[in-house]
Design a protein around this ligand. Structure first.
Ligand code: SF4
Length: 700
């Protein structure tokens, strides 16, 4: 009887970027259970196992409930008051800055906190504490798409609505295991009544490849050759939309010339896809009236991810598959608020999608948020990998890590761990004090989690959705927003952030910050409007509100106009480059990595708290290998093997399966040892880590 709810309210899910609506059933204002929202336009009554179990991690017994400071004599973490924690943090960071300069402290943030908190963190760190270098774990997932869209479209603007999944007649999925990584998006495809061709381009025979209608198992990291070859074939066959190219794009002739070198023989040699298969794919795209192209981490986490994403964009714009229902060049984000981070983290761009180097943008931002312009830096800080290098080089001595677990998740994990151990002072702000990163912290700040605070997330289709406080954080844990307020006070800059009183006040600033930008949401009057409308996609200018009310599932570029000054999309392309670590006699296998199951989320800081979710995936790290390789090596199914790279050796259970081709192995990213194997290499434009390829060997 105690658990019989007396009210229900909708809250957007806090795991992946799909952004499902969850009905929170409340008793005395506290969530006691949940069900997927039937009226939310994203998920239409569906949720994946993580969504169903979303309340469980909040009630975990091992939540961080009080600040803890490492005793320098005993080496143990000890409970302290918030006052002691704040004094220690500010004293330590100021000491480092006074001895080594302002640039000697940095922060690493997340796509998991609400946008108002992201903005507060970025503003406080950069405009209040003089921290120049800060980045987010979004560098691990979306940086590539950001750069690709900016260069191709003139702004970081995923153009689609999820409705496009239901309206395409050809759906091309590249490096995306949608069935398990974004299962509700897959369900949207299942609702498609056009009997669509579902083309999956992926080296692995993933769950999605099995469920699709055509699978092209390209060789790992042959994407660029494959897509340039496909573009060349479409051009040769005359299967391009010349009117669209003439009216809405530029630089096509250069692209056409560039891809001429990618004939079908080269594609077969490099990508392993035959000429017949290429003709079949080209015909499928040509015959489709509404072709949509979708990509995610298989593209983004690559040594040439930006150019690969742009090769996909080029296919969409040259065939005129943009701006109409069921079309688009569509990047699917990873985390619940990766899109919020892209606009408001104050790292890869100035708040609201602005440019640090542009004096007019700095003046506008300063005015809106009420800080002096002189406090706004005039350039970007370092990216994640550069911050790690900076620690190794002794340039960064203090690090503040929020809601992310880099010791587990960062590429070439041992190097990250070595870096944090070199720091003078490491602060971890998180829901749990026992993540691999928290375990080596000097100070732990206990933070409230999703549904324990208010704010907005922005999902993959640009929908701003509301998160509400429907559960009380345990002990003395505070919302990240309130922790930032405390830090501003103890740092002595509380007055500079006087406008940042509560999350909705910041959300109102977002309207002014984005005014006149492609991501304009100045027409949104407040949280109430977001809630009433079931989330709102940007743009939503004040003159667009009627349109938004009428159709809350909108796509961009329906008028054929892009955000570059000439209003055209640009064909961007480049040279094919070698992977950082090719296979060799000593390390003859390519290691592929990715998501393991729908029930696991990233480093499992939260999902492993749920007994239900734990039952839905193997509890041990495993490695998929082809039966031919297993036979050659004498490896029995389910036996223990050692996978070795130039950096580490890791024990795993052999999963013998034809889902991978001979010469390839696959390991899921959720288990803590896996990234000891990966090789720290990066896309040169986005600096996104290339998780999807390194050379390993495997032994019984
Ligand atoms: Fe949450 Fe993503 Fe699952 Fe939807 S698909 S319930 S947003 S984790």
């Amino acid at each position: 009887e105690k658990l019989v709810p007396d009210a229900t309210t909708n809250v957007v899910c806090g795991f992946c970027s799909t952004g499902c609506g969850l009905n929170m059933h409340l008793k005395d204002g506290q969530a006691v259970s949940l069900t997927p929202s039937t009226h939310y336009p994203v998920n239409l009554g569906m949720a994946c196992p993580k969504g169903w179990e979303a309340l469980t991690p909040l009630g975990a017994e091992d939540r961080a409930t009080r600040p803890m400071l490492r005793n320098q004599d005993t080496g143990e973490l000890e409970v302290v008051s918030w006052d002691q924690a704040m004094r220690s943090f500010c004293d330590a960071f100021k000491k480092v800055q006074s001895e080594h300069g302002d640039e000697s402290v940095a922060f690493i943030s997340t796509g998991q906190i609400v946008a108002e908190e992201m903005a507060f963190l970025g503003a406080l760190a950069k405009f209040g504490m003089g921290i120049k270098h800060g980045d987010g774990n979004t560098r691990q997932c979306m940086a590539t798409s950001v750069v690709a869209y900016k260069q191709s479209f003139g702004f970081d603007a995923p153009p689609y609505t999820y409705q496009d999944f239901e309206e395409s007649d050809v759906i091309v999925l590249v490096g995306s295991n949608l069935c398990i990584a974004h299962p509700i998006m897959w369900q949207r495809i299942e609702r498609n009544r056009n009997n669509p061709e579902i083309v999956v381009i992926d080296p692995r025979k993933t769950e999605t490849a099995v469920a699709g209608t055509q699978h092209y198992p390209i060789l790992p990291k042959s994407d660029l050759v494959f897509f340039y070859g496909l573009a060349n074939l479409l051009i040769e066959r005359g299967w391009v939309d010349e009117d669209y190219i003439a009216q809405s794009t530029c630089n096509f002739e250069g692209f056409k010339e560039h891809v001429r070198a990618f004939d079908l023989r080269r594609v077969e040699e490099v990508a392993g896809i035959s000429s017949d298969q290429m003709h079949k794919l080209a015909e499928t795209i040509h015959r489709g009236e509404r072709v949509s192209f979708w990509w995610t981490m298989g593209v983004n986490q690559s040594h040439e991810g930006v150019r690969t994403a742009q090769a996909i964009i080029n296919l969409a714009i040259m065939t005129g598959n943009m701006g109409r229902p069921g079309t688009g060049a569509n990047s699917i984000t990873g985390q619940c608020n990766a899109m919020g981070s892209r606009l408001f983290s104050n790292t890869t761009n100035l708040l609201g999608g602005h440019d640090f180097a542009n004096p007019e943008h700095r003046a506008k931002v300063a005015k809106v948020i009420g800080v002096e312009e002189e406090h706004i830096p005039t350039g970007l800080g370092w990216a994640y990998d550069q911050i790690i290098d900076g620690i190794h080089e002794g340039k960064i001595k203090g690090l503040w890590v929020l809601a992310t677990n880099g010791v587990h998740s960062w590429i070439e994990q041992d190097r990250f761990k070595e870096a944090v151990e070199k720091l003078d002072y490491l602060v971890v702000q998180d829901m749990y004090a026992n993540t691999e990163t928290a375990e080596v912290a000097d100070l732990i700040l206990p933070a409230a989690g999703w549904a324990e605070k208010d704010g907005v997330f922005i999902n993959s289709e640009r929908r701003i959705g509301l998160v509400k406080k429907v559960s009380q954080a345990p002990g003395e844990a505070l919302s990240d927003f309130n922790i930032f307020k405390l830090i501003a006070h103890y740092w002595g800059v509380g007055e500079r952030f006087r406008k940042w009183t509560h999350p909705e006040a910041v959300f109102e600033m977002f309207g002014h910050l984005t005014m006149g930008q492609p991501c304009d949401f100045s027409g949104i009057t407040g949280y109430r409007m977001v809630d009433d409308m079931g989330g709102i996609q940007w743009p939503c200018r004040s003159d667009q509100v009627g349109e938004v009310v009428e159709d809350n599932q909108r796509r961009l570029f329906s008028d054929g106009k892009y955000y570059h000054a000439d209003q055209r999309a640009k064909f961007v392309y480049g040279e094919v480059t070698p992977v950082a670590e090719p296979t060799c006699d000593a390390f003859p296998y390519v290691l592929l990595t990715g998501r393991g199951s729908t029930a696991q989320w990233h480093t499992e800081s939260r999902t492993k708290k749920s007994e239900v979710l734990r039952k839905l995936h193997p509890d041990q790290l495993y490695v998929e290998m082809h039966p031919d390789d297993a036979r050659k090596l004498g490896v029995e199914p389910n036996s223990r093997v050692v996978v070795r790279s130039r950096r580490a050796s890791v024990a795993a259970v052999a999963s013998v399966t034809p889902s991978v081709s001979p010469g390839q192995l696959f390991m899921p990213m959720h288990y803590k040892e896996m990234n000891r194997l990966t090789k720290g290499s990066f896309d040169p434009y986005s600096r996104q880590p290339s998780y999807k390829y390194c050379a390993v060997t495997v032994e019984r």
